[in-house]
Design a protein around this ligand. Structure first.
Ligand code: PRX
Length: 635
């Protein structure tokens, strides 16, 4: 069943949902924001502590380099921790964590703040200063958010690299950000196995020169190589006097940051082989992320909230780490795989910790759905009130299963459309919004979205076109780190003055948006964003490969799977063993998520006369579809 076939159904919120929702006047808010965008966001910004108030809400004078809350100073960490510690929330749980092996840890706001302060002191003692970049490469353990917060607290810029990435992906990201310090762990537990992260760091560091110190959290305990003078155990450092103030207190002053000072870099895939570092800032990001989380997930003081993403992706940055802490919420984090040791692990965690709001991805739902309803039905899921999804369009079958089997037909599903670049939810329901399964519904108040044709004119209702955003928003990316020209050309050139998302979409007669997918060379595999060019460059780094092309083809669980076509160098013969070696090579360089589903050895690739690989032709051929316009195809 396609999304269109699911289009007829409308699910209205129940009276209970409507009655308890924080926001039940979405249209009024949208109207207010339409009338006066700056005033609308200014009202939300007043929820936070600012050391210095802003002089101007939005500065458009150098667009598309928009600035928000200009002249203001704050620190997102002050609003995530310091202010809660000074309030009654001090002893409220901020983070509950369970390891794949059943280990459990909990942190109150006080305890989390204490750990962050001490680690911030350690980083300062190592010479980390405001503006310095720090790479974090870890499994899903509490020290990951602790490291992020410690960096931000002292004004350092964190660059988290997802723990599922491997040597070359990590190397490229460390080198581009020019990090002096890397924070990692010995390993992490995933699917009953140990992922040897420190080993990958060692290998990546052989390829780059900038890193002076590596801090290693002990999680799995297998032997690792520690290079004297470079590598330190986290627990040793935290036990040193440098982790405390001169009089021995576990405190650390939070650095005052300009609203527009960088908070983090997050690398994401685009159309070239080089991943780009999206830059987010302290002020606007804080306001956008907290407001969207509160209104969309309707987070109440007493809720327990679980976002199953990895903190290494934007979903984790915004809605595991910063968003929930800004709201003073209690969130839960789980280290391992959803079906380990059995496919009821997630459902058992929902029951065990009494999760009220659960946020995950369609690929995970499809993956767990195939084990059948008996697994969730073994558990009492009645604590759930609201569900969420993100990362790719959700197909009607998965939507139905999530709604009926997990939410028992009671919990509205918030299908949130957004990107690494947007920082916050952009097109999304709120609990009060009537839902159409498969649609992310309507733009958040203050967000103006549209669907354009090739020439930049709005398409007719129901027609497919390019999804664009027409007004700036506070959590928007500010630039691509060290590459402002690419920022302009990538997002603001195609349709001058409006932000080009890279997605195609359709808008129906009720103004609901239906996201179709990427229109560029980005492939969404299990919701993870990968660039065809990155996979191709991993392939050609193998001595047997002369040329490579990667495409995404539909896959039942992953959404899309990578298929690669390679031309061998002279002297290499095609064989099953070589194909397996190439798959493993991509896994080693990029990470397991980038391993092609299938590699086909071919004598040539379809190219334009100017030598560009025509991936759409490969895609059409693989699916037995018409090949379209071939006038530019080389003879
Ligand atoms: O194609 C859209 C898809 O994910 C892309 C952004 O990927 P990334 O930067 O990795 O961020 C993912 C998490 C925010 C978008 O361009 N996407 C994201 N959410 C949805 C979606 N597609 C359809 N429906 C969604 N809810």
């Amino acid at each position: 069943m396609t999304n269109e076939q699911g289009l007829r159904e409308i699910i209205s919120p129940s009276p209970e949902v409507l009655e308890s929702a924080i926001i039940n006047n979405r249209a009024v808010l949208a109207n207010m924001a339409d009338q006066d965008l700056e005033r609308f966001w200014e009202e939300q910004a007043k929820e936070f502590v600012w050391f210095e108030p802003w002089k101007k809400v939005l500065d458009e004078s150098q667009k598309p380099f928009y600035k928000w809350f200009v002249g203001g100073s704050t620190n997102i960490v002050y609003n995530c921790l310091d202010r809660h510690v000074l309030s009654w929330r001090r002893n409220k749980l901020a983070l509950i964590w369970e390891g794949e092996n059943g280990d459990q840890r909990t942190f109150s706001f006080h305890a989390l703040n204490r750990e962050v302060c001490m680690f911030a002191n350690v980083l300062r003692s190592m010479g980390v200063r405001k503006g310095d970049r720090v790479t974090i490469y870890m499994g899903r353990i509490p020290e990951l958010p602790i490291a992020m917060l410690a960096c931000a607290k002292i004004g350092a810029v964190h660059s988290v690299v997802y723990g599922g990435f491997s040597v070359e992906a990590l190397h490229g990201r460390i080198e581009d950000s020019q990090s002096n310090v890397v924070i990692t762990c010995d390993g992490s537990f995933m699917n009953g196995k140990v992922v040897e992260l420190k080993k990958i760091v060692d290998e990546a560091l052989k390829r780059c020169a900038t890193v002076e110190h590596v801090i290693v959290v002990k999680r799995t305990g297998q032997p690792v190589t520690m290079e004297a003078g470079r590598d330190y155990w986290y627990s040793d450092l935290m036990g040193l006097p440098v982790a405390r103030t001169a009089n021995g207190a576990s405190r650390c002053e939070t650095e005052e940051m300009d609203s527009e000072d960088p908070l983090f870099l997050l690398y994401t895939s685009g159309t070239t082989g080089k991943p780009k570092a999206i830059l987010h800032t302290h002020g606007g990001y804080m306001v956008g992320v907290a407001t969207t989380l509160k209104w969309v997930f309707d987070l109440k003081e007493e809720d327990r909230y679980w976002c199953s993403a990895d903190p290494g992706w934007i979903t984790g940055h915004s809605y595991i780490v910063y968003g929930p802490l800004l709201l003073g919420a209690t969130s839960f984090m789980y280290e391992g795989a959803p079906s380990y040791p059995y496919p009821n692990r997630w459902w058992s965690l929902i029951e065990k910790f009494g999760i009220n709001v659960f946020y995950t991805a369609p690929t995970a739902i499809r993956g767990l759905m195939r084990f059948g309803e008996a697994w969730p039905n073994r558990h009492d899921l009645s604590s759930l009130r609201l569900l969420g999804t993100v990362g790719e369009p959700i197909n009607p079958e998965a939507w139905r299963w999530y709604y009926d089997v997990i939410g028992k037909g009671r919990c509205p599903i918030m299908d949130t459309w957004w990107q690494t670049e947007t920082g916050m939810f952009m097109i999304t329901p709120m609990p009060e919004t009537p839902l159409k399964p498969g649609s992310a519904t309507k733009p958040f108040p203050g967000v103006e979205a549209d669907v354009y044709d090739e020439n930049g004119n709005p398409v007719e209702t129901g027609e497919e076109g390019y999804l664009v955003l027409k007004r700036p928003w506070p959590a928007m990316l500010r630039t691509i780190y060290k590459d402002p020209d690419r920022y302009v050309s990538q997002y603001w050139k195609r349709f001058p003055g409006v932000y080009f998302t890279g997605d195609s979409a359709r808008k129906d007669k009720d103004g609901y948006f239906w996201i179709i997918g990427r229109v560029d060379d980005v492939i969404k595999v299990s919701g993870y964003r990968l660039g065809t060019a990155e996979i191709e460059s991993a392939l050609v780094s193998h001595p047997a490969v002369a040329e490579a092309a990667a495409i995404g083809l539909p896959h039942e669980i992953k959404g899309n799977a990578i298929h690669a076509y390679v031309i061998l160098r002279a002297g290499y013969e095609p064989s099953e063993a070589l194909i397996e070696e190439l798959r493993n090579h991509v896994g080693h360089e990029m990470g397991p998520i980038a391993k092609p589903e299938k590699i086909t050895i071919v004598p040539q690739l379809p190219k334009t006369r100017s030598g560009k690989i025509m991936r759409r032709v490969l895609k059409a051929r693989a699916q037995g579809l018409p090949e379209g316009d071939l006038s530019t195809l080389e003879e």
